[in-house]
Design a protein around this ligand. Structure first.
Ligand code: C2E
Ligand code: CA
Ligand code: CA
Ligand code: CA
Length: 279
């Protein structure tokens, strides 16, 4: 016998374990979530090292699930990737981030940028370049204020195509950032061809930075490499003052992490905006 799924589909079997059932239910809900406007963006500030001013924000996706509360991308992004929902969802993220940026600009925060994360499938969709350019135009946002974060792994999954897409976008003025750097396997020759302006050191290297000599060596090597390639360096996951001081000393340009600012709603940034702003 089969139970009826929420939409009348014969999805669930009693023999399935709870985890699989939860995943299926989530999958069911996910398709409706975009339509029901259950997604929100939160924004984590990026600071000029060592401690300010705020130079921009990274947009991070949250799903306000009707019964399960606020869900993190780790819970639903893999499902969204598997089903292809990531493409319309990712396009929504780009549009919403541009809309927010335009709102902040109207409030006088002309120096702020917004970074959005692009998943592999989204990055490989046809028409991504046009979708992004359309969103910038629709919200009247200068392209230089939009940063596209692409992980090293995404960029490497189809290297020539990545160079082509990022070149088209950076030619139009958009900025590109290589995310989670150090966890993938990019060759130096390839890195040189990528038209990125910054590189984000993965949190894994920052986490144990002060305790372990090995991570400090890796981080300084990454920074040296970045400087050679004319890339700015962002350190993410900064949680302690020791990390903040050490990363600054090593030459990181930008710091991001719970110590300096957690991801928060656009409304709370707007409320504190005048305090965050330089001048
Ligand atoms: P990411 O791009 O590497 O983003 C950084 C993650 O680390 C975020 O988790 C952020 O909340 C968290 N974080 C920031 N500072 C700290 C810190 O000091 N300590 C710790 N422990 N964590 C910190 P989040 O928001 O759960 O996002 C997880 C991942 O989901 C992101 O990793 C990114 O890969 C993906 N993601 C988030 N939003 C989007 C989106 O709109 N589109 C796509 N394609 N992926 C997204
Ligand atoms: Ca990111
Ligand atoms: Ca990252
Ligand atoms: Ca990550």
């Amino acid at each position: 016998t089969k139970h009826m799924g929420r939409n009348g589909y014969h999805f669930f079997q009693p023999s399935m374990n709870t985890l699989a059932q939860t995943q299926l239910q989530l999958l069911n809900d996910l398709w409706l979530a975009l339509e029901r406007q259950e997604f929100r963006l939160v924004y984590q500030p990026k600071f000029k090292a060592p401690s300010g001013p705020v130079i921009g924000f990274e947009a991070l996706l949250r799903w306000h699930h009707p019964f399960q509360g606020v869900l993190s991308p780790d819970v639903f992004l893999p499902l969204a990737e598997k089903t292809g929902l990531i493409v319309p969802l990712g396009n929504w993220v780009v549009d919403e981030a541009c809309r927010q940026l335009s709102e902040w600009r109207k409030q006088g925060h002309l120096e702020w940028s917004i970074a959005v994360n692009l998943s592999t499938m989204q990055f490989e969709q046809n028409g991504l370049v046009q979708t992004i350019l359309d969103a910038l135009k629709k919200h009247d946002v200068p392209p230089e204020k939009l940063i596209l974060e692409v992980t090293e792994t995404t960029a490497m999954s189809n290297p020539d195509e990545s160079v082509r897409v990022l070149t088209a976008l950076t030619d139009a003025g958009v900025q590109a950032s290589i995310d989670d750097f150090g966890t993938g396997y990019s060759s130096l020759l390839y890195l040189k061809r990528l038209p990125a302006c910054e590189l984000k050191i993965d949190r894994a290297f920052v986490r144990e930075l002060c305790k372990e000599g090995e991570d400090a060596t890796i981080v300084s090597a990454i920074i040296a490499l970045a400087k050679t390639l004319n890339l700015k360096v962002v350190a993410e996951g900064v949680e302690t003052e020791e990390q903040q001081a050490f990363l600054t000393e090593l030459g990181c340009n930008t710091l991001q992490g719970y110590l300096l600012g957690k991801p928060v709603s656009a409304e709370s940034i707007t409320a504190y905006g005048n305090k965050l702003s330089p001048t």
